[in-house]
Design a protein around this ligand. Structure first.
Ligand SMILES: Nc1nc2c(c(=O)[nH]1)N[C@H]1C(S)=C(S)[C@@H](COP(=O)(O)O)O[C@H]1N2
Ligand SMILES: [Mo]
Length: 190
């Protein structure tokens, strides 16, 4: 048996933590910030920043793979797991997909099953320190098993959907799924 190599094909290991996004770094105001859970739920919820901080926190350590070919191993993230957030609402049975909504209209899509994987976390901290603004403060999603454009920074909400709806990069040339182990990089491969 051969073990799966730790670095996916086509990736190069880096020890820094590059910053990558389009648009500006959004301002954060704790008084107006909220986190919306909406779409196919029995009752929509909007959490204030304070309420979000009170949710139970967890930690994961995971590798991070950007489609532009850099990977960074062993990132320690601390925050609120996707399951903890989903448990705040009652999903309608038709809910099968999620669309993550961020500041300035950035979005990314996931199947509900992959969103609920045990390593998916809304991170507030990286390496035990608060996220820096450029890495998504106050809150970013981390989806270790998929390319990093799914790890949306400056998250403000989750929408539950009955059918898959492509997010920002998924509409702009990148793969709908984005598994680095299958090199699902571009929508032209679908
Ligand atoms: N809101 C938002 N989140 C985003 C992006 C973005 O443009 N906007 N870019 C994504 C991409 S392409 C990558 S590789 C990672 C990079 O995260 P980092 O800047 O913390 O390394 O953020 C992702 N999250
Ligand atoms: Mo990326």
């Amino acid at each position: 048996m051969t073990d799966k190599p730790r670095l996916p094909t086509g990736q190069t290991l880096t020890e820094d933590f590059p910053v990558l996004h389009c648009g500006d770094i959004p301002d954060f105001d704790a008084n107006s910030w909220d986190f919306r859970i909406f779409g196919l739920v029995e009752r929509e919820v909007a959490l204030s920043y304070e309420q979000f901080l009170e949710l139970p926190h967890d930690r994961i350590t995971a590798d991070f793979h950007c489609v532009t070919t850099w990977s960074r191993f062993d990132n320690m993230w601390e925050g609120v797991k996707s399951r903890t957030v989903v448990d705040l609402v009652v999903l309608k049975p038709e809910a099968k997909f999620v669309l993550i909504h961020c500041e300035q209209g950035y979005t990314t899509n996931l199947s509900l099953a992959e969103f609920l994987d045990d390593d998916v976390i809304f991170a507030r901290k990286w390496s035990r320190a608060d996220l820096t603004k450029e890495h998504g403060f106050p809150l970013r999603l981390v989806v270790p098993k998929l390319y990093a454009w799914k790890s949306a920074k400056w998250v403000r909400g989750i929408e539950f959907l009955g059918s898959d709806q492509r997010g920002f990069w998924e509409r702009n040339g990148y793969h709908n799924h984005g598994d680095p182990w299958k090199e699902e990089r571009y929508s032209s491969q679908e």
